[in-house]
Write a protein of this length. Structure first.
Length: 234
């Protein structure tokens, strides 16, 4: 029988590693040394291996036979493919949410937008990086935007694509911290959604999601903060 304390330690290790991967505190394509992770997180070898196994199933970690684990790499081709698929899935979710979402869904969206607007986007000591608190509020807003959708499969796919996109979004903030008014983008999308104007809301959402991709693809390859686009995804 698995003890509750062991379950909590494994869950804690999973959540800590996942947060570090999504925020790129663990750089893409870097080797994940199990023993070092055990020491850093003060958990057992089994807890780390189980956490890494879960992250592998989510596509955030790559398991290599006889070589261990590494953070999933990134590439320009992966980004373009990911963005295209995400736009399609998010658009389907948003259109369906607008069609069938009720007033409780509208209230959740308004609340999520309010929380996001009141959360400082950048860390006080580094204006080129978004804070973990803002990242959480941002994820909650995008989730609330579509959770009026009545298709669990579409929502599950959207969630997975969002997580994969988050690593790229974190990179884009450091490349162009003042290049866009992202708060206004969120307000415009929410207003069109609440007005039940599906075509306008989806057009704004496409532009919003595409902006991150455009920033990254236009970055100079020798910029210190830029991702290594020669790294092959998968």
């Amino acid at each position: 029988m698995v003890r509750p304390a062991a379950v909590n330690l494994t869950q804690g290790a999973y959540e800590a590693l996942r947060a570090d991967l999504l925020s790129c505190r663990i750089p893409p394509d870097s080797r994940l040394k199990v023993q070092e992770l055990c020491e850093r997180l003060s958990v057992s070898l089994g807890a780390i291996r189980e956490a890494l196994s879960r992250l592998t199933s989510e596509g955030l970690v790559i398991a290599e036979p006889q070589r261990g684990f590494r953070a999933a790499p990134i590439s320009a081709e992966d980004l373009k493919d990911l963005t295209g698929v995400r736009i399609q899935i998010e658009s389907l979710c948003l259109r369906r949410a607008i069609e069938v979402g009720d007033v409780r869904w509208e209230a959740r969206l308004v609340a999520a937008l309010h929380e996001l607007s009141r959360t400082p986007e950048h860390t006080p000591d580094d204006p080129t990086h978004s804070s973990d608190e803002w990242a959480a509020a941002h994820a909650a807003f995008h989730r609330a935007l579509v959770d009026g959708c009545d298709s669990p499969w579409l929502l599950r796919l959207r969630s997975q694509l969002y997580d994969q996109s988050e690593r790229y979004r974190r990179f884009s903030v450091s490349l162009a911290p003042n290049a866009r008014n992202i708060a206004q983008e969120h307000r415009d999308i929410a207003e069109a959604t609440l007005a039940r104007d599906a075509d306008k809301a989806i057009a704004l959402l496409k532009a919003h999601l595409g902006a991150t991709t455009d920033i990254l693809l236009s970055a100079e390859p020798d910029e210190a903060a830029a991702p290594k686009w020669d790294v092959k995804a998968g």
